[in-house]
Design a protein around this ligand. Structure first.
Ligand code: CFM
Ligand code: HCA
Length: 529
């Protein structure tokens, strides 16, 4: 594998070679978790797949919240990008509002750049209030807003006073940070500061939130279906098919499930610190992972009835898919995959591929941080409630592989047992010996690795799907699921298995000649006599 990596990078100038090597690791031993360089600026000149800060804030985290009006202060292209390219699926509840079909923009023009755009923003808020009467509004900044110095915070504060509804400003100018990851953080901070905690609903038994689930292809609905069947009460899903009303009450849950750690670990941790609600790393992608997550959750509550019901639901759900999963596994067994997605799916989907007998030989993230690769060391320290009363000390102990969270006497008495909490193991641990893990992969490297490793399937996004498809390799989008789905949970696993088998077995591949069939394998120069 070392030779493979060196061959893929050999054309780089020395400086670029040195830098890129730090972002690529080979897992040489089973238990080893080598250090990787991540979350740094992409080398100028290299084309990266990454998005921008605004995409992470407005496009990913805020965008799916259905009952808020999301105004983009900026040029129409930015507005359209973060609206029209995301698959925000939502169900309208009777009497509630859903604005997801609208793209709200100040449509900044050259004159606004020269003379300032605050007036236009004020007008846009006024129109939104008059036409739609929303309960709350978000304003997201695009690059020019920061460059010309429009004060969206002042405009938001003024509008909040004037209209008597929450108007939240997000200074998520696209150029901030090194990727969309900075935008997740900005969105998380503001939701935590202004929305989470203002609700006063009375929670029911077994109340949970699902954090970092964006309902792509209906994944959130499929997860909810199973959790409802077991008897959980989901207060808020953040933020797929999410609602302002639900998010206000997120602090009332007993525990937070974290699906995408990268985009929402900030909220999970802030809720933990402020309200003493722990979080559990979940994975509802893959049959085995879903079962593990459900068992973990039932064990967290430690209620015998819940544990029994969980087993019953697992049995029922498995009975519905087992035969067909076996069929697809027979078709896919022994194949290899190359995964390259944003900041969490490259890990989650390996588990589902494992269910189908497919091994991931190379995988990477666009913008993950080191903890997503290498895992998290410590989860909890000290918990307090909102008023800083009832301080609970939670001790974290590490045994050989797992962390156990030992609760305070009071909480222990309430729950009657010690509760094992999962920690986040990271992607490297999930991969096999001799696999390659790569950060901020670019198009050049994608092509090189495909040529050298010849995986049977490639999972990525719209920016490289077709290049790889033209190389004769089955190429599937894991951001949008190629408009299929759901892929989560039990039934979703089957939809994924069907889609992947259909992709691998399509007769189209025989009409494509991969470059390695026509290109010379050894390059060299002929010496003149
Ligand atoms: Fe989390 Fe996501 Fe992802 Fe992400 Fe994204 Fe996404 Fe993604 Mo595209 S929040 S990190 S910023 S799971 S939009 S729903 S698919 S890159 S792997
Ligand atoms: C984004 C959103 C994106 C893009 C998907 C892709 C998404 O980065 O702004 O590149 O195919 O999931 O919609 O990640």
């Amino acid at each position: 594998m070392k030779k493979v990596v060196e061959r893929a990078l050999e054309k780089y100038p020395a400086k670029v070679f040195k830098s890129r090597k730090e972002h690529i690791i080979i897992k040489e031993n089973e238990d080893e978790v080598p250090e990787i360089t991540a979350n740094t600026r992409t080398i100028p000149g290299i084309i990266t797949n990454r998005g921008c800060c605004y995409a992470g804030c407005k496009g990913v985290v805020l965008g799916p919240i259905k009952d808020m009006v999301h105004i983009v202060h900026g040029p129409i292209g930015c507005s359209y990008y973060a609206w029209g390219t995301r698959r925000n699926k939502a169900k309208v509840i009777d009497g509630e509002k859903n604005f997801l079909e609208y793209c709200f923009s100040t449509d900044m023009q050259e004159s606004d750049i020269v003379f300032g755009g605050e007036k236009k923003l004020r007008q846009a808020i006024k129109e939104a209030v008059e036409l739609f009467n929303p309960k709350a509004i978000t304003i997201s900044a695009t690059c020019p807003v920061g460059l010309i110095g429009d004060d969206i915070n002042a405009v938001a504060a003024e509008a909040q006073k004037l209209y008597g509804i929450q108007v939240l400003a997000f200074s998520c100018e696209g150029y901030k940070g090194v990727s969309q990851s900075a935008g997740h953080h900005i969105a998380n901070n503001n939701l935590m500061k202004h929305v989470i905690g203002i609700g006063d609903m009375k929670p029911k038994k077994y109340s949970i939130n699902i954090l970092g689930e964006y309902n792509i292809g209906g994944d959130g609905w499929e997860i909810k279906r199973v959790l409802d069947k077991i008897g959980y009460n989901i207060i808020a899903i953040m933020t797929g098919d999410g609602s302002y009303e639900d998010i206000k009450n997120a602090h009332k849950a007993d525990v937070n499930l974290v699906q995408c750690h990268r985009s929402i670990n900030y909220i999970a941790e802030m809720i933990e610190t402020k309200y003493g609600i722990p979080w559990i790393k979940a994975n509802f992608i893959g049959v085995k992972s879903t079962i593990e997550t459900l068992r973990y959750l039932a064990n967290y509550f430690g209620d015998d009835m819940l544990i029994e019901k969980t087993e019953e639901v697992i049995k029922e759900e498995l009975a519905d898919i087992e035969g067909q999963m076996e069929y697809y596994k027979e078709k896919l067994q022994g194949r290899t995959a190359f995964l390259y997605v944003g900041g969490s799916r490259s890990h989650h989907y390996q588990e589902l591929l494992k269910d189908l007998g497919v091994e991931t030989i190379i995988s990477g993230y666009e913008f993950a941080h080191r903890d997503d690769y290498e895992g998290r060391e410590v989860i909890s320290t000290i918990k307090t409630d909102a008023d800083n009363k009832n301080i609970e000390e939670i001790k974290v102990e590490k045994d050989e592989k797992n962390y156990r969270v030992i609760l305070s006497k009071e909480r222990y008495e309430k729950l009657k047992k010690e509760i094992p909490l999962s920690y986040y193991g990271g992607i490297i641990k999930a991969m096999n010996k001799n696999s390659v893990i790569i950060d901020d992969l670019n198009h050049y490297e994608t092509e090189e690795f495909i040529k050298i490793l010849k995986p049977d399937m490639f999972f990525s996004g719209i920016k490289d799907k077709y290049v790889v498809q033209k190389m004769g390799v089955m190429s599937k989008q894991l951001h949008s699921y190629d408009y299929s789905g759901p892929y989560a949970g039990f039934k979703g696993a089957l939809v994924f298995a069907r889609d992947v088998a259909a992709g691998v077995y399509t007769p189209a591949w025989k009409y494509v000649t991969p470059p390695w069939k026509t290109e010379p394998m050894i390059e060299g120069t002929l010496e003149e006599e």
